[in-house]
Design a protein around this ligand. Structure first.
Ligand code: PEP
Ligand code: MN
Length: 340
């Protein structure tokens, strides 16, 4: 960390900054210029918060040298993390294909959609049993009954299931049924929840918060990793912008940016990014071409009557056709698409 002092800072104040740096266990290197004095803090600067110095009267600015996240960074681990669940891979040459309804609406529907997407090449089933809805009057999910439907669909298809955990109080329950735990966009900075899933031995999909920067997102991943769980999958699902033509704005550049900053696998959710079934395929294609390690798509047998997110859900037949076309893009990237 480099601390730039204001012009004319007195020796007494310089000594105070030096003392503060030392109190964190780092060493201070003072260099006096003609107009300015700058102080370099040598050591692991993650122990110090920039605010501790920014609040000092004599400090003009503070520059970080190290990234504030550590375990999830490429500097910490050069090789890509590959997550394998029940024989299905995310990363390492496989573009994982997560598919299923937004909400689990019942046993028949989950089994029906599960069988269809599995036969089309999906490598994971998705479905929400606990739904984060904007309105308290909207369908909130089937809870444990929904988890049981997911488990049955796993038995029937042999595919691992991913489902959202919204509340730390449900962690044991959701953990009993889910192969992959999803942390939704609205909870990306629910630090208590992140800490709890960080203690699990189970892969976690961390969706990007609606207005989170890549730095904030990686810091949230660091919360999970710092508790011991390194099986983290980052999911770009669009961010909120001024644009109203789509539900969110898909940040395709986040994929290569994350791949350079972090070793974690990155997947994309074109369903929530666009909110429109007609836009799911072009964005899924873009995500794979940009280097995504997976795609998560909502599929519903009858989008018009879906209890949540019907307009962005593909019919099973449309999903099958899309997979056929996306396969070629994965191959062009030197990868395989799910089980297609
Ligand atoms: C979902 O995947 O069903 C969901 C609610 O997504 P997000 O958290 O990205 O809005
Ligand atoms: Mn949804």
């Amino acid at each position: 960390m480099i601390i730039v002092l204001k012009a004319g800072t007195a020796g007494r104040e310089i000594a105070q900054v030096e003392e503060k740096i030392k109190s964190y266990g780092l060493t201070a290197h003072v260099s006096r210029g003609v107009e300015r004095t700058i102080i370099g803090a040598i050591g692991d600067e993650r122990k110090m918060q920039p605010e501790a110095f920014e609040g000092m009267e004599c400090v003009e600015k503070v520059l970080r040298i190290l990234k504030p996240y550590k375990i999830v960074s490429r500097d910490f681990q050069k090789e890509d993390t590959v997550v394998t669940v029940r024989g299905q891979r995310i990363g390492g040459g496989t573009v994982a294909l997560f598919a299923g309804p937004c909400s689990v609406e019942g046993r028949e529907m989950m089994l029906g959609i599960g069988e269809k997407v599995a036969s089309s090449g999906a490598s994971f089933l998705r479905g929400g049993a606990f739904k984060p809805r904007t309105s308290p009057y909207a369908f909130q999910g089937l809870g444990e009954e929904g988890l049981r439907c997911l488990a049955e669909a796993r038995e029937a298809t042999g595919l691992p299931v991913a489902t959202e955990l919204m509340d730390p109080r449900d962690i044991d329950l959701v953990g009993r049924y889910a192969d992959v735990i999803q942390i939704g966009a609205r909870n990306m900075q629910n630090f208590r929840l992140l800490t709890e899933v960080g203690r699990l031995d189970k892969p976690v999909i961390l969706k990007r918060g609606m207005s989170a920067t890549i730095m904030e997102w990686l810091m949230s991943a660091e919360y999970i990793a710092s508790e011991g769980n390194r099986q983290i999958i980052l999911c770009e699902r669009g961010v909120r912008t001024f644009e109203t033509a789509t539900r969110n704005t898909f940040d395709v550049s986040a994929i290569p940016v994350l791949k350079s900053l972090s070793h974690l696998p990155v997947i994309a959710d074109p369903s929530h990014a666009t909110g429109k079934m007609s836009l799911v395929e072009p964005l899924a294609a873009a995500a794979i071409a940009a280097g995504a390690d997976g795609v998560m798509v909502e599929v519903h047998h009858d989008p018009e009557t879906a209890l949540s997110d019907g307009p962005q859900s593909l019919r099973p037949e449309a999903f099958r056709e899309m997979v056929g076309r996306l396969k070629g893009i994965a191959v062009a990237m030197g990868k395989k698409l799910g089980n297609a």
